[in-house]
Design a protein around this ligand. Structure first.
Ligand code: PEP
Ligand code: MG
Length: 570
């Protein structure tokens, strides 16, 4: 047995075989076969095509009943594989020009894809992505590698990867993922947030995990302590089974609070919001008062091309209809940092978290922004829409964002399309510069929600993705609580709603102190709703206020943690 350690970011215990995920990179070099070997190379190519076709048939069959749309995509891949023009060019490249099979496949497919990508039409460009997919499949087979794909694991497994991109996690074969282990990523990286919202145990920042944990080996994961046991012995497994039972029992206990209204022990009402990342996440809303954060970027990450206005309108309308009148806080595109879009290539930046991300990016890509705003405004007539901008740093940002909303409204008016003119417009507070002038910001917008994940990284100058800076990323520091106090007071004084939608709001330990600082609206992942309601129900407003005062007067995060762990905080 060997034990490895990382940061536990999503609680739970799991055991099973390891699925080592390494995204295939299509590395092909210019190479030629020796004279007289062309026919052999051509036969290698033909056999790879047959194997690729067999893979595609298996995939199509696996999706046939569950997901007809995905099955269609792979049927289109079979057609590409069968394309006579492409096949002819590859045959000539091998037989007449003596190119090696992989080099011929790579050059012909890439040339076709590049040609299509240049067409400038979104539908045709999507076809280019499909061509590259088929190219990768054939080259991978020629290189003797098996397929690694997180959206189709086939059997339950513990996924081990260097890193999981938010797009990988968004398309994850959730029912088969027992746990996630990565070498990089912190507590509030987006992979961690998604793992928590799906209730998948996760340990991130395990050094050298992809080398130390071999594919197919048996492991157990303790995502409370951050320990990973490779080939665990009997006694360790027994202990883990006991812990698993205790974890399940605690979850069951918390579940008793799930359907209740959010209230402190003395009856003070606390509104509980839900964070969602897709149109499928609204089920848990039955136990919540509002959607406090709809991360729209995950919609953009699931396809190779940017969703158009109709597609977005459809998705937003669905969420608003499902919410049945409860407020839905739709956050406009928050791309950059650890989130990139396949359909929007962005130039390299030395410090992407400090760069052209989120609202900044939308203000420099106005058409992208208007498209989303028009789609959201059109959907607004189907429910109670609140629009929210991420990464606001100055009043200039607020004014520019509001001007963009007005422009989108004008564009709809010109087209004679109805929208709700009373849609509320608010900001995320996640940059210290806007927190410092929260009183002024409150005059310029209808509401605010604090993004503590980013606020913490910018306040402490500690990268939320980097396991090395995890000790500096102190979401329970006195500095965080004092900053929050200032924000809550400013918005409350202005009579404007303020919530927290960062991960801190879903932390049951922190919840009573936040209530004591004046917070009445918490928004969190579905899995945090019951434990947070339970924690709030155990403390009176007076206790919360005293606790908040004490928390703000502490020296260090460790002191705060000690205070928050006091018995009535359970
Ligand atoms: C935050 O920063 O706290 C937040 C909610 O936004 P995200 O995690 O998507 O950056
Ligand atoms: Mg953020």
């Amino acid at each position: 047995m060997k034990i490895f350690r990382g940061t536990p970011v999503s609680p739970g215990i799991a055991e099973g075989s390891i699925y080592l995920y390494q995204a295939f990179s299509c590395d092909v070099f210019e190479s030629y076969v020796a004279e007289g070997r062309e026919q052999q190379a051509f036969e290698e190519y033909q056999s790879a095509v047959r194997a690729a076709d067999a893979e595609l048939v298996a995939i199509i069959n696996s999706f046939a009943e569950t997901d007809a749309d995905k099955a269609k995509i792979f049927s289109a891949h079979r057609e590409i594989l069968d394309d006579e023009e492409i096949a002819d060019e590859i045959r000539m490249a091998i037989l007449d020009e003596s190119k090696s099979a992989d080099f011929a496949v790579d050059s012909v497919y890439t040339a076709f894809a590049t040609l299509l990508a240049k067409a400038g039409d979104a539908l045709i460009a999507a076809r280019a992505a499909d061509i590259r997919d088929v190219r990768n499949r054939v080259v991978r087979i020629l290189h003797g590698e098996t397929e690694k794909n997180l959206s189709r694991l086939g059997a339950p497994a513990i996924v081990v990867a260097h890193d999981l991109l938010p797009s990988d996690t968004a398309t994850l074969d959730k029912k088969n993922v027992l746990a996630i282990i990565t070498e990089v990523g912190g507590t509030t990286s987006h992979s961690a947030i998604l793992a928590r919202s799906y209730g998948i145990p996760a340990v991130l920042g395990v050094p050298d995990a992809t080398n130390a944990l071999p594919d197919g080996s048996f492991a157990a994961v303790d995502a409370m302590t951050g320990e990973v046991f490779l080939e665990p012995d009997e006694s360790s497994l027994e202990l883990l089974h006991e812990k698993k039972e205790a974890f399940a029992a605690d979850k069951q206990d918390a579940a008793r609070y799930l359907a209740a209204e959010g209230r402190l022990a003395d009856g003070t009402r606390i509104e509980i919001g839900l964070n969602i990342g897709s149109t499928d996440d609204t089920g848990a809303l039955r136990n919540c008062d509002f959607v406090g954060l709809f991360r729209t970027e995950f919609l953009y990450m699931q396809t190779e091309t940017l969703p158009n206005e109709e597609e977005q309108f459809d998705a937003y309308r669905r969420v608003l209809v499902d919410a049945a009148g409860k407020p839905v806080t739709l956050r406009t595109l928050d791309i950059g940092g650890d989130k990139t879009l396949p359909g929007l290539p962005m130039p390299h930046e030395e410090n992407p978290f400090l760069g052209n991300r989120a609202l900044r990016l939308c203000l420099t890509h106005k058409e992208l922004f208007y498209t989303q705003l028009r789609a959201a405004l059109r959907a607004s007539v189907y429910g109670n829409l609140w629009l929210m901008f991420p990464m606001v740093g100055t009043l200039d940002d607020i004014r520019a964002a509001k001007a963009a909303v007005r422009e989108a409204q004008l564009q709809l008016e010109e087209r004679g399309i109805p929208f709700d003119p009373k849609v509320r417009v608010g900001i995320m507070i996640e940059i210290p510069s806007i927190a410092m002038i929260a009183d002024r910001a409150a005059q310029e917008c209808d509401f605010a929600s604090v993004g503590t994940n980013d606020l913490c990284q910018y306040l402490h100058a500690a990268d939320r993705m980097n396991p090395q800076t995890e000790v500096y990323y102190q979401s329970l520091s006195p500095a965080m609580f004092r900053t929050l106090k200032m924000i809550f007071e400013a918005f409350t004084a202005a009579g404007k709603p303020v919530s927290v939608c960062g991960e801190l709001a879903g932390n049951p330990l922190a919840a009573p102190a936040l209530a004591g600082l004046g917070l009445r609206k918490f928004s969190m992942n579905a899995s945090a709703v019951a434990p947070v309601k339970r924690a709030l129900s155990h403390a009176t407003l007076e206790q919360c206020r005293k606790l908040a005062e004490l928390v703000c007067a502490q020296d260090t995060e460790a002191d705060v943690k000690a205070l928050l762990s006091k018995p009535f905080m359970k």
